[in-house]
Write a protein that binds this ligand. Structure first.
Ligand SMILES: [Zn+2]
Ligand SMILES: [Zn+2]
Length: 494
């Protein structure tokens, strides 16, 4: 859930705002400011066992789904009227009658919940409802998100990609701002696709856990789909999420739909579109630096996280590759967990789901392998050598006479490493991030090997940075103290 915006504390009468990861408590779905985030004011903070925690979470989710279901029920006639505008005759919206069963089937649901919508002629649609955990995003963000998903699906369908057809609801389709016609939840219509998804077993430290022939089949299917994606020509040359264009009556790149730290905590919330990769990554890094100063992310290692993003800023600023003008863009799915692919009994891909986060970007980034192909312990410890899965993907592309896409996989590390903007973790070895930027990533930049020395080096390099001064004060840290720590660390090491 894109939650890094300012949420008002849910305690009645409290005027405080909260902006941080997990602002909406995962156990009670309430927002609590620091003052009200303690026991007994916040019952979830009371000591409890894992089983009790799970029980609390389940009860909240059940309550939330029950409320959502009753809202959909109340709005049922409007939804049916809205669907029937499309001239397919009469339809029926099937809502669950057994709430326990509904809860069980929705347990693993992600950002959306689906209700079947059946037409008299046998056509099947789904009502795709966004889950907001009782905290609705600002209208502009919600609408851009739904418009972008529907627009992306339409473009993909027009180009023969097997995705569900999608239709905007009336309350978003109209140009006029009319807050009264807005339903109490967000939805759009989605075609029902037959097929099964595979859950791909994957631990962050290890490769996909699939038998060799299943893995080869999976990668071959993925490669064929990506080849089809590479043939789509878009009337767009910017990085952003697709939106309908009023001007050209086709599509245009709109802002990036908020996710992680790639947004603002206050209106206008969304960033982009961007005309170069450099502008895009710098905007993401700067937004992250602002969130670190706010205490919204990396609360407990804010100094290193801040310094790390200053380093990334330098690397991105000096990259010639990222500064290139953009000649063509492609759609990147951006939620490729493997279970987004639907297969038929014969092992063919019959559908690709979950385009909510898709955006347009350069060919190099769009055809770099998704994380399930490369994320493992070697990648974490700075290795940038192609994995077995990436090599299989390269082989597929070459077999299908697409050496250009094979090259995108080979050059993908730069973009894969930059996906970590906003998610600093000291167990990710820094060397692995510098390497894809080439041998001299920035002028006079010679970062020391060990983090204790790197910290001192970066603080000295950025003595004029106002945000850094603030973070150092908050962390009760000085250059002298850090130098002393480094000295001790080396002594102990020897
Ligand atoms: Zn709670
Ligand atoms: Zn409060």
């Amino acid at each position: 859930m894109p939650e890094l915006i300012e949420w008002p504390c849910d305690v009645p009468g409290c005027q405080n705002f909260v902006c941080e990861q997990g602002a909406i408590c995962y156990m009670c779905f309430e927002v609590r400011c620091d003052e009200h985030d303690k026991s007994p004011l916040h019952a979830c903070r009371e000591p409890q066992t894992n089983a009790e925690r799970q029980q609390r979470k389940n009860n909240t989710k059940k309550r939330y789904l029950g409320i959502l279901l009753s809202k959909v029920e109340e709005y049922k006639h409007e939804i049916i009227k809205d669907a029937e505008r499309h001239g397919l005759g009469q339809c029926e919206l099937v809502l669950p009658t057994d709430t326990e069963e509904f809860f069980e089937s929705s347990r693993a649901s992600g950002f959306n919940i689906h209700f079947p919508l059946n037409w008299q002629d046998g056509t099947k649609w789904l009502l795709r409802v966004r889950q907001d955990l009782g905290h609705r995003l600002p209208r502009q963000v919600r609408e851009l998100s739904i418009r972008s998903e529907v627009t992306t699906l339409s473009i993909l369908q027009d180009n023969g990609i097997p995705v569900p057809a999608a239709w905007l609801p009336a309350y978003i389709g109209t140009d006029e701002e009319d807050p009264h016609s807005e339903p109490p939840f967000d939805y759009f219509f989605y075609e029902f696709l037959e097929g099964k998804t595979w859950t791909i077993p994957k631990h962050p430290w290890y490769a996909m856990d699939l038998p060799q022939d299943t893995l080869s089949h999976f990668i071959e299917g993925y490669a064929k789909h990506q080849i089809q994606m590479s043939l789509i020509q878009l009337p767009v040359k910017q990085i952003g999420c697709l939106q309908p264009s009023k001007l050209t009556e086709t599509v245009e790149a709109g802002p990036i739909i908020a996710r992680g730290t790639f947004q603002n905590s206050k209106p206008p919330y969304l960033l982009g579109p961007f005309s170069t990769q450099r502008d895009r990554y710098l905007a993401h890094i700067d937004a992250t630096l602002r969130y670190i100063i706010l205490g919204a992310v990396s609360r407990y290692d804010c100094l290193d996280a801040y310094l790390w993003h200053l380093e990334l800023r330098e690397l991105v600023s000096h990259s010639d590759v990222l500064a290139q003008p953009i000649e063509e863009v492609h759609i990147k799915h951006d939620d490729e967990k493997g279970d987004h692919l639907m297969w038929d009994e014969e092992g063919n891909i019959v559908g690709i789901l979950d385009w909510e986060w898709a955006y347009t970007t350069t060919k190099g980034e769009a055809f770099a392998a998704p994380y399930i192909f490369y994320e493992d312990i070697d990648y974490i410890t700075a290795d940038n050598i192609m994995t077995k899965e990436e090599q299989l993907l390269i082989d597929c592309y070459e077999r299908h006479s697409r050496p250009d896409l094979a090259d995108c996989v080979r050059g993908g590390r730069l973009y894969q490493r930059l996906r970590h903007i906003g998610q600093y973790a000291d167990h990710n070895w820094k060397r692995g991030f510098r390497e894809p930027f080439g041998p001299n990533p920035a002028p006079n930049f010679h970062p020391p090997k060990y983090d204790v020395d790197w910290r001192v080096y970066m603080m000295k390099r950025y003595t004029d940075d106002v945000g850094l001064a603030d973070i150092m004060q908050r962390s009760r840290c000085t250059i002298e103290k850090s130098e002393e720590e480094a000295r001790k660390w080396h002594q102990e090491k020897e």
